[in-house]
Design a protein around this ligand. Sequence first.
Ligand code: FES
Length: 509
Amino acid sequence: MERDGKNKSLWQDKVPEYKPKKFEPDNKLYDVVIVGGGVTGITTAHELQKRGFQCVVAEARNLCFGTSGGTTAHLNTFFDKTYAEVVSDFGKKESELLATAARDAIDLYKNNVGSLMIDCEFSEHEGYVFAQNEKQAKELEEMYSSSLEAGVQVKYAEKIPVEIPFLKAISYAGQWQVHPVKYIYGLAEAFEAKGGRIFENCFITGVDHGEILSLHYEGGTLQAKRLIYATHIPPGVNLLHMRCAPYRSYVMAIELEDGQYPEDPAYDMEDPYHYYRTQETNGKKYLIAGGEDHKTGHEEDTELPFTRLESYLRGIFKIKTIHFKWSSQYFEPADGLAYIGQIPGGPENIFVATGFGGNGMIYSHIAAKVLTEKITNSPDPYDHLFSPARVKPFAGFSSFVKENADVAVSFITGRFSMDHLSDTEKMETDSGRVVKMDHESVAIYKNNSGSLFAVHPVCTHLKCVVTWNQTEKSWDCPCHGARYAVDGTVLTGPSVRGLARIEIPVNHS
Ligand code: FES
């Protein structure tokens, strides 16, 4: 299985690649085309199929190529946005609704794993959140009382599962863990067995709107009555690009010397926070620990977060071997809740699910349920809570927008120094840099044998300048999260066109 980064995730280890049945392009009119073969896409397709809809999942590469192949797969009843924050920004009733949505999402996992007998290392745990100073302790108390009021099972805890000094801790009952790829493959198999279609290597480059939608890909067209973008962020230009900010998160899967693996997951309250959990997979235990998140493109050297994370973890655990380290991207919503429903400003038959923040696994199943209710015209209790069209003024919104706008400006004005093409001789191999060539900016990648590959560094989405991601070997756009491979091909939307290749003169001194 391939994913959208050079580093291999734990989930790619020893899991045979899913091979969908061969998709023969046809002139069939599908009820729903779901773009994106990650956890949201496959789960939604499966839910719609249960209601009698003929669906096809169109995936640009392979199943789990995107963030589903790089998630850390926590299934929690609490979110990055605390229930206290939801009460303050949305209301008390809404915090209760969010808690119900999380419970429903976990029930859907249980139902799928149980009824389809998916072998995916699915296990139940207590989830611990701990405070390490007075300020955090006060926030933790608010988390506790607001969670309780929202109807979430939580209690104060005397102990936590990791050897980290703490002032106060709470634990949430009924948290779950899963091997995301095994789960998604199991669900995909069930979907296909009942007549669902999965079309891999189908990159949708454009859509003609109308009662019947025509989705164009290289070499053909799919026809559908409805379309769902389960692509983390929709393509094109949309209000949601101004309301979601791309972030990169770092994670390691570690073998411990002393075998003292935490039995339950734990989360600190730093900003960004760290988390710890154990996964036993393929007969071996791993500590999965992560953190060091930053806005995409805001870290000049993306190897450094790994260095910081490792040195932090070495102060806590007896690390024997770091077997896997990888990073992945997620989208933070402006007001803290996901956007699920009809695409704002678009036709009524196009839907979207985005802005999952660090809670993608739970939101994927909330999205599957919400979108299914919408498409079947059933009452949707969460309609206003997750509406992509909602306008929710909240403290910090203007700085969120400004921060996003600043990103573009800062890169265009050269936040990072720019060398000249002649300086590429000093570049390390297997690295990239935006340099000047004949007064033009060029994104250069130098491969292991010293050959240079150049692409135009201006993102084809809305023209921000891409930055080099050293750890995942990609060109990342700081504005709305588009990512490109070293040859300029699109790894992650919202772009639908790659970066143009540039020929480098033989003598560039
Ligand atoms: Fe929007 Fe690059 S992703 S400008």
